[in-house]
Ligand binder design. Structure first.
Ligand code: SF4
Length: 374
């Protein structure tokens, strides 16, 4: 097995976390490697990392006879990993492995009586997230390619029904979710990711604009850097290009929009920073329209409903399943109702997406019209 182990050197440029970054956004991966100094501050990051570390340490009690490849002595940890691979008699925590330039440090590798080795990845969450599936798939791919007889694969997370009895007794704190089948079915994707991200890293900075992907599944630390580079009216992103303008900046009635952003931020705290940033960058077209545009068809009203047909008559809300804000609110209420079927939710989501697309296009067309007559 050792013959297959790739030596860990500074030239290795991918790790499990880099693959996860690349899957979120190729530009994030590129920036992490080429311009780490552009990362924004994340005051909560250290606390999150510490929480993850603490949970990992407690989880090791699940395998009391395990040994730790302690990174404080790197050479010793590497040697310990190599010894363990030659004779995997006891569980190994945080061993160092790499295959084809992809580095991993599995939380726990646990030898089984039949000679196979179970892989456990420990997370401080209370459920399995999509990106955890990617995480364990990459790890199993590396280990199997190194020749290790990986049997079952588990994601270990916190059990939210656990009640701490005190006295350092954490029995029952963890749940082990078996993901062996998922990993087997998805391992084929890993070499594709590796090839794709090597190609990204071999090229220039990817031209990717900010959008919802900047916050899913993680808040991207480069958001402030990227967002500052956004064009004011990114028309090139509109539906013709297959994407949407994903950030609200140009609006009609800024007071309402800012209030909505503020209230949303209160309900979704992990997006609050980004929503507040958007709120600060809102441009209100309503006062600009009032002072610079009038058409007899508006009949004395500067409501968007009256203005739009006079500047972009081809935009037809009536052709959509959702035609105005009131219907959009009703559609959302139906979407979140527990009795709404999955198929119906998909229909509603499509209708709302089309409505938002049209709304966004309307703002851009109005902005361009005002610019043209200025
Ligand atoms: S902020 Fe968004 S666009 Fe920029 S690197 Fe991060 S995920 Fe990509």
């Amino acid at each position: 097995m050792l013959g297959h182990m790739t030596t860990i050197t500074a030239s290795i440029r991918l790790s499990k976390s880099k693959i996860l970054s690349g899957l979120q956004c190729a530009k994030r991966l590129w920036l992490e490697i080429n311009h780490p100094e552009l990362r924004g501050d994340d005051p909560a990051l250290e606390a999150r990392l510490q929480a993850g570390t603490d949970v990992g340490v407690i989880a090791r009690r699940e395998w009391p006879d395990g040994i730790l490849a302690d990174e404080s002595n790197y050479d010793r940890a590497l040697a310990m990993t190599a010894d363990w691979v030659a004779n995997p008699a006891r569980p190994l925590f945080e061993g160092f492995f790499a295959f084809d330039g992809v580095r991993i440090r599995p939380d726990a590798l646990v030898p089984q009586p039949d000679g196979s080795i179970d892989l456990y990845e420990v997370k401080s969450s209370t459920s399995v997230k999509d990106y955890h599936l990617t995480d364990v798939t990459v790890q199993a791919w590396v280990l199997r390619n190194l020749g290790l007889p990986i049997g079952r694969v588990f994601l270990t997370h916190l059990d939210n029904t656990f009640v701490y009895p005190g006295g350092g007794d954490y029995r029952g704190l963890f749940r082990h979710e078996e993901l062996t089948g998922f990993v087997a079915a998805n391992a084929w994707q890993v070499p594709e990711w590796v090839a794709r991200f090597r190609s990204v890293l071999g090229g220039s900075e990817p031209a990717i604009l900010t959008g919802t992907h900047c916050h899913t599944p993680f808040s991207c630390p480069f958001f402030e850097h990227c967002d500052g580079k956004q064009p004011e009216f990114p028309v090139g992103l509109l539906p013709r290009g297959g994407k949407l303008v994903e950030q609200l900046r140009v609006v009609y009635n800024a007071g309402f929009e800012r209030r909505m952003l503020r209230e949303t931020a209160e309900h979704v705290p992990h997006l609050a920073k980004s929503l507040n940033l958007i709120s600060e960058r809102v441009v209100d077209l309503w006062p600009l329209t009032v002072i610079s545009w009038y058409h007899p068809q508006m009949k004395g009203s500067w409501s968007l409903k009256k203005v739009l047909p006079t500047v972009a008559s081809d935009l037809d809300y009536q052709a959509n399943a959702v035609t105005h804000g009131g219907e959009a609110a009703e559609a959302i209420a139906e979407y979140v109702h527990p009795m709404t079927s999955k198929a119906r939710r998909l229909e509603i989501a499509d209708a709302l997406r089309e409505y938002c697309k049209l709304d966004t296009l309307a703002m851009v067309r109005l902005a361009h019209h005002l610019e043209a007559i200025a």
